[in-house]
Design a protein around this ligand. Sequence first.
Ligand code: SAM
Length: 662
Amino acid sequence: MTDFAALRNEMVDRQIAARGVRSLAVLDAMRSVPREEFVPAGVREFAYDDSPLPIAADQTISQPYIVAFMVEALALQGGEKVLEIGAGSGYAAAILSVIASRVYTIERIHELAEYARDALARAGCANVEVIEGDGTRGFPEQAPFDAIVVAAGGPEVPESLKQQLKIGGRLVIPIGASRSVQELVRVTRVAESEFEVEDLADVRFVPLIGAEGWGGRDDKAPARPAKRESREERLQRRVDDACDPFLDIENANIDPLIDRVGDARIVLIGEASHGTSEFYRFRTRVSARLIEEKGFRLVGIEGDWPDAARIDHYVRHLRYPPSEWTAFARFPTWMWRNSEMREFVDWLRIHNSNIAEDERIAFHGLDLYSMYSSIREILRYLDEIDPETAAIARQRYGCLTPWQSDPATYGRAALTGTYRSCEKDVVGMLKELANKHWQYASHDGERFLDAVQNARLIANAERYYRTMYYGSRSSWNLRDNYMFETLQTLIEHYAPHGKAIVWAHNSHVGDASATEMSSRGELNIGHLCRRAYGDGVHIIGFGTDSGTVAAASEWDGPMQVMNVRPAIAGSYERLFHETGQPGFTLALRGADRELRLDLSRPMLQRAIGVIYRPETELASHYFQAVLPQQFDEYVWIDRTSAVDPIKTHELAGMPDTYPFGL
Ligand code: SAM
């Protein structure tokens, strides 16, 4: 016997969720309605196929995905009164009935109206009424409606349906000059006589036949003069008009972008992967200009404090001895240990050699994955300036020593009570150091900052590893809060000149409230910065279509150069790829209203981290976002290539102070 429930779940996962339908209400409804009850007996076994199926009278039951997509477009919250035109099998009405409180569905063909009634009764949908007649006139007896959906394609939006919408109500309908190919649009009644129209997708539906639709079978007209420009075409044209195109990074004209940064005190520069050469090179160009022309004083990266401290030591020509170990030697090494990064670091060093010591550009790490190197650094510092406190620190941090090879297991052990929590020790140590401010800072302010920051990192990392077991949201938020606080500490430390540039992934810098992250309760540096600094922060996002990327297949796995798949349909990346431009910068904050509105319909966006899984790309790497709210500026580079990791032999003979070490 066919296991329809299993097929149904598989259909929802593979055909619907994987294609970007996100509404939980819609996904749940699709999981609960037995589609096999709505298809003719002879095709039951195909009930969960990814296609429309024939029903009686030459009509069709729509493809499951399109039903889900249309119902999601109605933006139902639950409890509404909904009208459907074109009951057909009754399946879409059944889905609607799970979410809405009352559904009316009109069908013009008697045989189908009866069919739909039977199927709905079998499926137990008691809140649906099937009406026989011409639905293009709507159903004035029950108007107004919160939402209306039309499952057949008309030449234009029937006026009667628009008039039967509540203010704020949504009407989703396929329309177009052809009887078989249409564009799906959503009409929202924003005021008594004001309607907003959005194009949603290209679709194929059977014709809507009736007084405000097409005439009967022989009707060839009505002729609509010219083909409407599709949403994608219009968007591409608008992006094309608004962007500043470039052929290659080195020659790109970034003057307009630098102008747009204006008086911002913080510039967050993203990346769409952790292993793409072009993103680093573009960041280098932008950062150099910001430093030279706009007085930016520090660079903070999504890397660990003690590792970045070695780079800082090198670029600022600091006098005290640097730590002896290799920087960025842990997975994912290529993320910062790459030739592109070395170019920037060398540029910083040269730039700094020409300016006064106390004005030199600093380089710091905002991340918290270096609990043990941070412990080593604090001990090294205290051994030198306060051996007594060093002994106390050794004892307190000793609590964490057994977990050095795998700090994540410490979290579980502490939570389950099989090992004591080290929280008191690490927080105590942080307080102890902070209290010695006057005593230590007079010795050397920079080194004191370094020590306190390491102590802060350890305290946060200790909490991070414990929080990890409560789920990814709390640990993600803890980490981004920590990175944001570190940034604030730095801005204050370098005040009044603390203008900061941050290099981190799009997922950290792009405002989380504009992406799917917010529905999971996640926040990030971009969001926290906007909340704290408003227009004083400028966020730059990046994107690419295809090429290669440096990434691993799994955590701690070796770096590979992988092919990046061309962007999928329905993504921002595909849209930008289809402009045909090899690269451009695009102002989003200052963009004209039309472009912003057009770009504001949520679309998919790709994020590649240190892991890339092309085989499950859609599920693993795409998420929904609203680009103009996420970033102030967007940089598009159509084809990109993997970063060039620094090979050990290239460093042979470099001085001890060389930041990437051996
Ligand atoms: N929602 C249906 C389902 O879930 O099976 C699929 C509907 S089918 C694609 C379109 C239906 O619209 C056909 O059954 C057709 O007879 C009906 N239809 C076309 N014009 C109509 C009109 N003016 N009023 C009511 N129904 C109409």
